[in-house]
Design a protein around this ligand. Structure first.
Ligand code: DUC
Ligand code: ZN
Ligand code: ZN
Length: 462
């Protein structure tokens, strides 16, 4: 067999196994896993971890906003940042605006990605306006064309669905065997609390957490699970922040319901103390649900260890700290309720979890691979092309350095955001080399590969 490239002396981990071998690559795919392979070129992994490239199944790129704010990353900078952080597949969102057809939204996002993406991408849909045409025609057609997952929101005026609308969308997902992600927070409770906080002049960034206490996430998580049970449909609860939502998911899983859970770096590496940073600095960590306290960080860690969570994604939602289109869109000391929600994290997701999760022995390397690549690829219909190291899979591989300290600073990152919430944090893992379909896209410290080489991936149904 003629191999284009051999990665020699790899210490491979998949979601289930660890083994040492050479990885032979031909035509962008893994063609052989064996010893003593010969190829046209070779890369020596020298016994380092070689893991499947990350699948970041929850990130927002170039998503138009309705309040005048602007996302800092488009598909060029976002996918570059992902690749440099060891991620080789992203699944951002194609978000329908109310009044817009879903098809128009999908076409728009393809235009945003084409010519820019460095790595491969699929799309989740965000359904905000489930008209009869959307439910009967557009969704079934788009699912058949490879957009097999969608997110629905229970909060945000411009995005949210009511319970009846949620049921109707879930019914389509069941019939068409699509996967549904749910943002579970109770909109009316947030609005009521926000009104009171603002009236009392309590508008500093830390009050963002007071407007979204955990019980409103718990209530919505329970309701989302109940609605899915009524329709008899698996669902995935996104960006779970702490104990009360975890308890709902564990309860549902214990009853035999197919409820998947996703959490994100901000719920183990950030806390309410970060929201309480001096002045307006806390706005850098405003995201929803908000980071909770240290006790809740432990609960999320346990959920990563004990299988409550299947997916660890970034929820990269990038806004500048400075400038008129980001966190300060409503002024230099805007109220928390006027600050765009979201934080960057595409590039730091994997180093943080490998360092603090695996090297600190909270989770094993197989769990790391499952949480960051394999499970998302399976849940969202990209497996086994993506998310594992196996003969026939795309040669999306990352060689990891795990024996040196790296101090995270925003200047070393490749996103277009002017800050990282993880500034100054020390990790012991960083990608040394990232391969996407057998091509080098990151060789520390240099990004490589042309924007636009990333391919759109059609996802299969459940
Ligand atoms: N939900 C997300 O999924 N991302 C950013 C903000 C939000 O509320
Ligand atoms: Zn969300
Ligand atoms: Zn998100």
């Amino acid at each position: 067999m003629k191999l284009d490239l051999v990665v020699r002396n790899a210490r491979v981990a998949t979601a289930s196994d660890v083994f040492e071998c050479d990885i032979g690559i031909a035509d962008g795919r893994i063609a052989a896993l064996a010893r003593q392979l010969d190829g046209a070129t070779t890369i020596d992994a020298a016994g380092r971890w070689v893991l499947p490239g990350g699948v970041d199944s929850h990130c927002h790129l170039d998503q138009p906003m309705t309040n005048g704010s602007r996302m800092a990353d488009d598909f060029r900078s976002g996918t570059l940042s992902a690749a440099c952080g060891g991620t080789t597949t992203v699944i951002p969102f194609a978000c329908q605006m109310k009044g817009q057809s879903l098809r128009a939204a999908v076409d728009d996002y393809h235009r945003r990605a084409e010519g820019k993406a460095l790595i491969d991408y699929a799309f989740h849909l965000i359904v905000t306006d489930p008209t009869p045409a959307v439910l009967r025609e557009e969704l079934p057609q788009l699912i058949a064309e490879g957009y097999t997952s969608f997110k629905i929101y229970m909060t945000y005026d411009d995005l949210k669905l009511n319970d009846r609308q949620i049921l109707e969308v879930l019914a389509v997902a069941r019939r068409e065997r699509a996967m549904t992600m749910i943002h579970a927070e109770n909109a009316d409770c947030i609005a009521w609390l926000t009104e009171q906080l603002v009236a009392a002049g309590q508008t500093a960034p830390r009050f963002h957490a007071a407007a979204r206490p955990m019980l409103i996430e718990r209530e919505a998580t329970h309701r989302a699970i109940a609605l899915a049970e009524l329709v008899d449909l698996p669902v995935l609860i996104v960006h779970v922040s702490g104990r009360e939502a975890v308890e709902q998911i564990r309860w549902a899983q214990g009853r035999g319901l197919k409820v998947f859970g996703e959490t994100c770096p901000q719920y183990v590496f950030l806390s309410d103390e970060d929201l309480d940073a001096p002045g307006f600095e806390g706005a850098k960590c405003i995201c929803s649900p908000p980071p909770r306290d240290k006790a809740n960080q432990d609960v999320i860690w346990h959920g990563l260890e004990n299988g409550v969570f299947q997916v660890f994604s970034s929820d990269h939602a990038p806004f500048h700290y400075e400038g008129p289109h980001g966190k300060r869109i409503a002024g230099n000391d805007a109220g928390f309720h006027e600050v765009p929600n979201g934080i960057p994290g595409l590039e730091t997701r994997l180093p943080l979890l490998l360092s603090e999760g695996v090297l600190q022995e909270r989770i094993d390397i197989n769990a790391f691979v499952a949480l960051t690549a394999t499970n998302a690829a399976k849940i969202y219909g990209l497996y086994p092309r993506k998310g594992t190291i196996a003969v026939g899979s795309d040669a999306d591989l990352v060689i990891w350095d795990t024996d040196r300290e790296v101090t995270i600073t925003n200047s070393m990152l490749h996103h277009d955001v002017d800050y990282t919430p993880y500034e100054g944090r020390v990790v012991n893992a960083w990608p040394r080399l990232t391969l996407s379909r057998g091509e080098v896209v990151w060789s520390n410290p240099s990004p490589q590969g042309a924007p636009g080489r990333g391919q759109f991936l059609k996802a299969t149904r459940r």
